[in-house]
Design a protein around this ligand. Structure first.
Ligand SMILES: [Zn+2]
Length: 180
């Protein structure tokens, strides 16, 4: 399965409000390990066929699942920020799926099955590369569809990393800017 970042929702960072638990931030204490985990999973999915990713090993949770029926909820999450119509079009007009990175991190995106006609692909990657997953957003703290027993990080530890215009955008405190 190929993974694309072409449709990544970057500027619509969402902070928790009274109406919803949903936000797109990450616990600053998990930042370093999160990217190692995400990258190793993306690499793994990239080298597997969709059928292999869908296989559930005994004692393990599903790695990929359809979010069909959840379009309204997803559109509502994002409707308070950014271009409402554009967001609605994304969620209502595409097959939305969820990838599981680990116990906490999820990746939500569009799964286009048989996106690339197999006849155009070389034999060795025919099965693995015909399906395409567009990442829409990272759900770092699993707040889109949370489990009820889930522990949430402290509010002051949550930072934005997807929107550089946000006041809570993550930066390295000791970093000094160098002049050319
Ligand atoms: Zn933010």
């Amino acid at each position: 399965m190929l993974v694309s970042f072409q449709k990544l929702i970057r500027r619509n960072c969402i902070h928790k409000d009274e109406k919803s638990e949903f936000h797109t931030r990450i616990d600053i204490n998990k930042l370093r390990q999160a990217f190692t985990q995400i990258h190793s999973k993306l690499k793994e999915w990239n080298s597997k066929s969709l059928e292999q990713i869908e296989e559930v090993k005994p004692g393990e949770e599903k790695e990929i699942k359809s979010l069909k029926g959840e379009e309204k909820k997803l559109a509502n999450y994002f409707s308070r920020v950014g271009d409402n119509q554009k967001i609605k079009r994304i969620f209502f007009n595409n097959p939305i799926w969820q990838l599981r990175v680990n116990g906490k991190i999820r990746i939500i995106g569009i799964l286009e099955k048989d996106y690339i006609d197999k006849k155009f692909l070389p034999d060795n990657i025919k099965q693995n590369s015909k399906d395409l997953f567009y990442v829409l957003y990272y759900d770092f703290e699993h707040t889109s569809f949370p489990s009820s027993d889930q522990e949430q990080p402290k509010e002051e530890d949550l930072v934005c990393i997807m929107n550089e215009n946000c006041s809570r955008y993550f930066f390295l405190p000791n970093e000094t800017e160098e002049e050319d």
